[in-house]
Design a protein around this ligand. Sequence first.
Ligand SMILES: Cc1ncc(COP(=O)(O)O)c(C=O)c1O
Length: 400
Amino acid sequence: MTDTETNPETDGGIDAGTGTESGYDGDSRGDTTPVPIADPELSADARERVTAILEDGRLADGPEVRAFEEEFATYCGANEGVATSNGTTALHAALEAVGLDDGDAVITSPFSFVASANAIRLAGGTPVFADIDPETYTLDPADVRRILADRDDVVGLLPVHLYGLPADMPTLCAIADEHDLFVVEDACQAHGAKVDGQRVGTCGDAACFSFYPTKNMTTGEGGMIVTDRDDVADRAASFVNHGRDVSGTGSYDHVCLGHNFRMTSIAAAIGRVQLERLPKFNRTRRENAAVYDEELADLPLETPTVPTDRRHVYHQYTVRTDDRDALAATLAERDIGTGIYYETPIHRQPAYETVSTAAAQLPAAELAADEVLSLPVHQELSAGDRRTVVEAVRDHFTSQ
Ligand SMILES: Cc1ncc(COP(=O)(O)O)c(C=O)c1O
């Protein structure tokens, strides 16, 4: 890594949990230097592309943003992309675009970054929390069915592809079809993940990505909605630009209420270069995860479960143990960054006290919050870093 991140993290990032802040050159890292939980890589090409934008002078919305939208949508196998200022605004705009009305209920996961549920509230809806599958940490379809049997105000599902592992989209989409619900995928942590060989982003009505620096690819701050539905793309593109008429007149005609959720050209320039590198980043993350799977298999902790129909892209490599806090302390003593995503489920957050559905009993999410710990798995880890992490985890359990 060549840039030092000092931004207070929205998603438990570089300095989160027991994580150590990174700010050194990964190439010169040896076994004794800290191993951060995240380490975004910005190549010389990204700097060149940003310089070109600065020289060109079109810094806001423009051709660079349109090119990034097209390239990212193509990568996902979707028809349309709409760039946004971050993942939260992507979710908000997508919910508006699929027709969420004030007071409508949307089922989502309580075990996610708070933005998943905040976006529903910001768009005027009410989040309803279904419990998670304790193996995959994603929305449990059986609990979704239980809720749908009880209430008739639910209009949509917002599953979260947590840690880079897709939710059970075939089952969730079948439920959505039966009940005539929209599906907006929170793919903010899952760039390039697949279900049944198909990239996330094309399973539901729309999918939303974040390009925050800790993510598998970054634009600094940034987000993207992808969709196969032209009507959703048009409404989202209008909403992120103050409800401007998207019919191409370029005029100041505003056909509905909207926000300024636009992406800058500088962010798009970085994103286009990062997208070219995403397949390599994901390959490296998967290789790192395979090493951990093998080296930690005999220890008393749970390594990630990946159902056979899904391709995990390891935004996080998350283990589970009832000795979580002591394990995190051992790793911190050795300057190894870890993260707890998420220590407090959303329905237990103070900001959710007034949300009526937050009183739900969600035992799987609550137990996961007590037991999960994410280890460094990013694309900048060296073989020495991986060894350092494996040895520290092994020492922790074998010295007990
Ligand atoms: C699951 C999830 N949803 C939504 C978001 C919101 O994205 P952003 O931070 O870019 O607004 C994030 C990331 O931070 C996330 O991890």
